[in-house]
Design a protein around this ligand. Structure first.
Ligand code: NAD
Ligand code: FE2
Length: 359
């Protein structure tokens, strides 16, 4: 069976295109009372962005906090908040949800748009194709580039027992607004860590057993763009990084990520490490599996003056280590993509423990 996957229906790209967001959303508002929900990363709360948001009087603006990566109970709380906001309005549901921020804010927007139309808790839907009802219209404006969350069919959530996405065709955004000016002020090291998420997506996709020409085409392009951005200093680096993220996301849509991501999910679940930095820490230990990729990654790290945190697992308890191993081993498709169908004979629990102990 070949994957028949849903893609983002509408894309606008270009410097300054954020100014078009108002017109784009206007088409989705059935009337003056229609409510658009804006979920915006609270890092922008005291900046100039608020003056540029195309807010109507009826709209609902929620500043979302992503100090912790998105959790299922946070998604449930936001969903309840929006239902309460809608309670005394003519429509039961908002006309749309717009996420503005990095991968975390975009994932929150995806998850909330799904949970507005699906009963229960977001935790009930962590997995593959468990969502039954289409989401409300949802759009995204990335302010960091690298995760590929703008194009993927998942929203990655940490639940009570696992870190796992809500993967479904309904998760995919209806609209993305790719404005390189929106990532211009993202500071290092965050910009670097999120950019490396894209670089690692490409290395894992291009060296994986699931690779096909579709994934290769996007993966190679994204890898080249990452090299141009992080080993050079092109004037249009933000434009290139934004397209790298898009292409990297498209590459893994038809393949899969690999060992680094499997390890990084365990790190995030137990230590609360954010995805980009967790990937960098994990990737640095994987020279045996991705020799060229890791060498080039170290060049980029040195060139950008990035100091990776060390000895993260030194003080953890036995129980934490076992949880980390459980979370990582749950991600079977990632291991299989990296190491083939017989991956369990190559990658034992002890081998993974050794890798974690190097971090
Ligand atoms: N859905 C997917 O396909 C997918 C893929 C990979 C990762 N993810 C998820 O994405 C998240 C990681 O996303 P990320 O790396 O983009 O970072 P993020 O969204 O977690 O943000 C990291 C930090 O940067 C800040 N920030 C965002 N934009 C900024 C800007 N322009 N200027 C200054 N600060 C800014 C945020 O407030 C936050 O403090 C994780 O939750 C991960 O699980 C999702
Ligand atoms: Fe990633």
């Amino acid at each position: 069976m070949f994957r028949n996957f849903k893609m983002v229906s509408k894309v606008v790209f270009g410097r300054g295109c954020f100014a078009q967001l108002g017109d784009i959303l206007q088409e989705k508002r059935p009337g003056r009372e229609a409510v658009m929900v804006f979920l915006v990363d609270d890092v922008f709360e005291n900046g100039r962005l608020i003056d540029r948001l195309p807010l109507n009087d009826a709209d609902c603006l929620i500043w979302v906090n992503v100090d912790d990566e998105p959790k299922t109970d946070y998604v449930d709380r936001l969903t309840r908040q929006i239902h309460a906001f809608m309670a005394d309005r003519p429509d039961a549901l908002p006309s749309g949800v717009v996420g503005i921020g990095g991968g975390s804010a975009m994932d929150l927007a995806k998850a909330v748009s799904l949970m507005l139309t699906n009963q229960g808790s977001a935790a009930d839907y962590q997995g593959w194709d468990l969502i039954r009802q289409p989401a409300v219209y949802h759009a995204a404006v990335p302010t960091l580039s690298g995760t590929g969350a703008e194009v993927s069919r998942t929203t990655v959530l940490t639940g009570p027992r696992k870190k796992l996405g809500i993967n479904s065709d309904h998760t995919v955004f209806d609209q993305i607004v790719l404005d390189p000016e929106m990532i211009a002020d993202a500071p290092d090291p965050q910009r670097f860590y999120t950019g490396m998420d894209c670089y690692i997506h490409c290395v894992e996709s291009l060296t994986g057993t699931y690779l096909n020409s579709f994934s290769r085409a996007y993966g190679e392009k994204a890898l080249d763009l990452c090299r141009e951005v992080f080993l050079g200093d092109p004037a249009d680096g933000d434009d290139r990084l934004m397209m790298a993220s898009y292409c990297g996301g498209m590459s893994i849509a038809y393949s899969q990520v690999g060992i680094c991501h499997a390890l990084s999910y365990g790190l995030s679940f137990v230590l609360g490490l954010h995805h980009g930095i967790g990937n960098c820490v994990a990737f640095d230990t994987l020279e045996a599996y991705y020799p060229e990729g890791v060498r080039e990654f170290r060049q980029m790290t040195a060139r950008r003056g990035i100091d990776l945190p060390r000895r993260l697992t030194a003080g953890i308890s036995q129980e934490q280590m076992e949880t980390m191993l459980d979370v990582s081993l749950m991600l079977e498709p990632l291991w299989e993509n990296a190491l083939g169908k017989n991956w369990k004979t190559v990658m034992t629990r002890d081998r993974i423990r050794d890798l974690y102990l190097q971090m």
